[in-house]
Design a protein around this ligand. Structure first.
Ligand SMILES: NC(=O)c1ccc[n+]([C@@H]2O[C@H](COP(=O)([O-])OP(=O)(O)OC[C@H]3O[C@@H](n4cnc5c(N)ncnc54)[C@H](OP(=O)(O)O)[C@@H]3O)[C@@H](O)[C@H]2O)c1
Length: 337
């Protein structure tokens, strides 16, 4: 019997499907955890699989534990918890935000290209202005996606559907991704959609080629500040920059100066340097900047829970059938290497 311990709000349609599987016993914890906590041993000790955001502090009491499925893409809560040493497999929720972030990317490109901010200012001031800049389009423009993971792939799919040319900057070229969660019918699991792929040694040519640059890489020790003055100066004066990934990928002072001095045309920023951004920060006031408060993809999304449960359902079945799991974290990742 596989005992599933659920420490997450329930998404009923998938829970029902799980309960219909043979040989599965589901144990729902009464109040799902939002912070680390110790649970009564009797509640968890027989668990084979744990679905949670943060594992209980006394997870070592789960002697039969085989799999931990977390409900976040970030997995710092799993690092150096002894899971790798105990051969407990761990999976994250990578992929649940690809769709909303890719849609944010499309919305922002169209907003920037047509200067919707300018139109809204005109509306507030009751100005009737039918200038050409409000009538532009993105079809035929080049979108440059830096990092071809889940967000990059769904952005590429939507951009191609809108008639854009897709350039990608990738460390190691495009490969199929069959063991990473992707909402059915979205993304580019085979890695076939981009019109042109640039290697890291072609970064300058990539930056010069794009009308929209979209950051889609993680923030790590090696990527923090990866975009600085030199990179921003390579963008066309007519180009726009979108950052739904992480603010510190782009050097703050260089970005502010570039936007103040119009090195390129404007930006849409969802991720930031301060949480919240202080009212006196210059980015709030800039006419050529759209600033959103880290909501391009969010756990408050109406589809968040459904997608986490989809990953869980798939992984429970894969575990039973001895198949590769979705979003499995390596032992190196679990030990912070
Ligand atoms: N705004 C939000 O709410 C929100 C939500 C989710 C995620 N994010 C951010 O967006 C980032 C991308 O998300 P994702 O779901 O697309 O992640 P992903 O599927 O893991 O893909 C990230 C891509 O970045 C590249 N990459 C990975 N490690 C790198 C490194 N050390 N240096 C340079 N490139 C690296 C890889 O592409 P190549 O192999 O092609 O280089 C990888 O496929 C996340 O890391 C997160 O910071 C933001």
């Amino acid at each position: 019997m596989m005992e599933l311990i659920i420490d997450l709000p329930v998404y009923m349609p998938v829970l029902k499907k799980i309960q219909e599987l043979d040989g599965i016993n589901v144990h729902l914890l009464p109040e799902p955890a939002v912070v680390a906590r110790t649970l009564p041993v009797a509640e968890i000790e027989h668990g084979t699989v744990l679905l949670c955001t943060i594992p209980p502090e006394n997870h070592a009491a789960m002697k039969n534990l085989e799999l931990v499925q977390i409900a976040s893409a970030g997995y710092t809560q799993l690092i150096n918890q002894g899971f790798a040493q105990r051969n407990i497999r761990c999976c994250n929720a990578l992929g649940v935000f690809d769709v909303p972030i890719a849609e944010w990317n499309m919305a922002m490109m169209i907003h920037l290209a047509r200067d919707f901010k300018g139109m809204q200012r005109n509306q507030q001031q009751k100005v009737w202005d039918r200038s050409a800049r409000f009538q532009d389009e993105i079809r035929g423009r080049v979108v440059g996606i830096w990092g071809y993971g889940g967000i990059g792939r769904e952005t590429a799919r939507l951009a191609r559907a809108l008639g854009m040319t897709v350039h990608v900057l990738s460390r190691s070229g495009l490969k199929p991704r069959h063991h990473t969660y992707c909402v059915p019918g979205t993304g580019d699991p085979e890695g076939l959609l981009p019109d042109r792929v640039f290697g890291m040694d072609e970064k300058d040519a990539f930056l010069r080629s794009v009308d929209f640059l979209i950051m889609a890489i993680p923030q790590t020790g090696s990527t923090e500040g990866i975009v600085g003055e030199a990179e921003l100066r390579l963008l066309k004066p007519s180009a726009f920059l979108l950052n739904p990934a992480r603010g510190p990928l782009i050097k703050e002072a260089a970005l502010v100066r570039a936007l103040q001095e119009n090195w390129f045309a404007g930006a849409a920023l969802d991720t930031h340097y301060h949480y919240p951004m202080p009212p006196e920060h210059p980015l709030w006031e800039m006419d050529n900047v759209i600033l959103t408060p880290h909501i391009s993809g969010s756990s408050a999304s109406p589809h968040f829970l459904e997608r986490v449960w989809d990953i869980f359902f798939e992984n429970v079945q894969r575990l039973r059938n001895g198949k590769p799991l979705l979003n499995e974290l390596s032992a190196a990742a679990l030990t912070g290497k």
